[in-house]
Design a protein around this ligand. Structure first.
Ligand SMILES: Cc1ncc(COP(=O)(O)O)c(C=O)c1O
Length: 395
């Protein structure tokens, strides 16, 4: 039976799983990746083991006075505000607009007064659907606010004014971690585009342990096997055993501050492979998004026009009885319970760390109803048809 997943290593083919197992630790891979990124985005590149460390480092580079704040989306992953906290600053969540998965200038403007001490703004372009960057850029320039483009969801996307993501901000963040567009299991990059910030501070760096590297190397092949086992009815137990043995790398394992970690060169090689394949992959993701749009009522942010510019990491749908649909989908071998995001600052187990002091009515509303449909490389046309059929049947 066809089994469909939102995540669980779905970005990997069997060939890629083998590539991860046997990728060599070539000395030149990190430099090759940096050179590629420099050419693409124009700026000084530093590589990290995770994008969250790139965000922390970007804030460090800015050297803001104590008490400064960084504005981030109120619909995000917990590692983003935590990175700001690790850099010694605090965050301000900006609520998403009604009928959007992002904040726009209106909500940013409402949260800003000279007293809020917002010194940087992170745009996140959730799921690859871009924010209206021009007014945000203008707003930042007029107030001397640093603009950080976090492209974890949106590398290769285009803003409404025609500029590519990663060509506007003072800093650009990329993620090469699990389930992202450039999935090399782990990895991140910071590109400092504004020369004013080129002085990189001295920091403590360490290497990823042998065990963690082993876990990353085996993640694509193990998840490939888990997905296969689901197809023959043994997936749940096999997945459970692997989790119990801590054999699978986790995207958000803990939120503690650590040393900055060097990206292993074999993962840099995989990231470069992903980058080179990105244009082709985006064409496919957009086609898949269009198939959903032609057949279903999706979240209003998804339109023919927005798809043509988006990187379509996942396709959002808003439904009232989400849990019921997730159960129904599971019975039909569609596993989409990994919802981005099921609370405004996800995952749920950490939400209480962030919820105090913020009112995020739109993000709460959205996170209670959102489902994401997959567009990754394992989603064939037949798989998309199946998701559409099952969803229609449930409705
Ligand atoms: C919007 C966004 N930015 C950054 C990150 C951090 O990426 P990484 O896992 O590489 O640290 C995530 C992770 O989920 C994310 O969703």
């Amino acid at each position: 039976m066809k089994t469909i997943f939102n995540s669980l290593g779905s970005n990997y083919s069997l060939k890629f799983a083998m590539q991860a197992l046997f990728a060599r630790n070539k000395k030149t891979s990190n430099d090759d990746l940096k050179a590629y990124l420099k050419k693409e985005f124009g700026g000084e590149v530093t590589l990290f083991y995770k994008a969250r460390q790139a965000i922390e480092y970007a804030i460090d580079v800015c050297d803001f006075p104590k008490g400064s704040k960084v504005a981030v989306s109120g619909f995000t992953c917990a590692v983003v505000p935590k990175a700001i906290e690790h850099a010694g600053l605090s965050y301000i969540f900006i609520d998403v607009e009604p009928n959007d998965v992002n904040f726009q200038i209106a909500s940013l403007g409402q949260m800003y007064t000279p007293d809020t001490k917002i010194r940087a703004v992170v745009v996140q372009n959730t799921f690859g659907f871009t924010q209206d960057i021009a007014p945000i850029e203008k707003f930042c320039k007029e107030r001397g606010i640093v603009l950080i483009e976090d492209l974890a969801h949106s590398v290769g996307a285009v803003y409404p004014d025609g500029r590519k993501t990663g060509t506007v901000g003072d800093f650009v963040i990329l993620s090469f971690s699990q389930d992202k567009l450039l999935d090399a299991v782990s990895g991140g990059a910071l590109i400092v585009r504004n020369k004013h910030f080129s002085k990189i501070p001295e920091k403590k760096w360490s290497e990823i342990s042998f065990v963690e590297q082993l876990r990353d190397r085996f993640y694509p092949s193990l998840t490939y096997k888990v997905r296969f086992m689901y197809a023959i009815g043994l997936g749940k137990i096999y997945h459970f055993i692997l989790k119990k043995l801590h054999a699978l790398s986790m995207p958000v394992y803990n939120l503690d501050k650590t040393d900055f970690k060097i990206l292993p060169s074999w993962e840099a090689e995989l990231a470069l492979f992903r980058l080179k394949n990105l244009p082709e992959e985006l064409v496919e993701r957009r086609k898949k998004a269009e198939m959903y749009l032609e057949n279903l009522i999706l979240h209003p942010v998804v339109t023919k026009e927005s798809i043509s510019r988006a990187s379509c990491l996942r396709i959002p749908v808003r439904i009232d009885d989400r849990e019921d649909f997730i159960r129904f989908a599971r019975k039909n071998s569609i596993h989409i319970s990994d919802v981005w995001y099921d609370v405004p600052v996800s995952p749920k187990r950490y939400w209480n760390l962030f919820s105090k002091g913020f009112t995020l009515p739109e993000a709460i509303n959205l996170s209670e109803r959102i489902i994401n449909f997959p567009t990754h490389l394992n989603m064939t046309k037949a798989n998309i048809k199946k998701v559409i059929e099952v969803y229609k049947k449930w409705k």
